[in-house]
Design a protein around this ligand. Structure first.
Ligand code: FES
Length: 105
């Protein structure tokens, strides 16, 4: 599925991410800046924070209780804030757009 990652500067990267990988993994494997993912996807660091494009937030679903509580540690929360390691790519998400915050701490 094609995922568009947009840096806080506006620079965009379109990456083909395999279904079953997380949005975070797609970024890290392709050296996209702006997603640190210190915990490696365990929902335990909040440094993979992204803003899901509002047009997509219904399809990415809601954050779990555990994710919500980790998100409290992220900076500059917005209504569509998510931890990108908790968004698993599938064909339904082909075309997904996420934006990275200015920094992860
Ligand atoms: Fe640590 Fe997502 S990579 S919470």
């Amino acid at each position: 599925a094609k995922i568009t990652y947009i840096e806080h500067t506006g620079k965009a990267y379109v990456i083909d991410v395999k279904p079953g990988q997380s949005v975070m993994e797609g970024a890290v494997k392709n050296n996209i800046p702006g997603i640190d993912a210190d915990c490696g996807g365990a929902c335990a660091c909040a440094t993979c924070h992204v803003y899901v494009d509002p047009a997509w937030s219904e399809r990415t679903g809601a954050a779990s209780v555990m994710e919500e509580s980790m998100l409290d540690f992220a900076n500059d929360l917005q209504p569509t804030s998510r931890l990108s390691c908790q968004i698993i790519v599938s064909d339904v998400l082909d075309g997904l757009v996420v934006r990275m915050p200015e920094n992860q701490h």
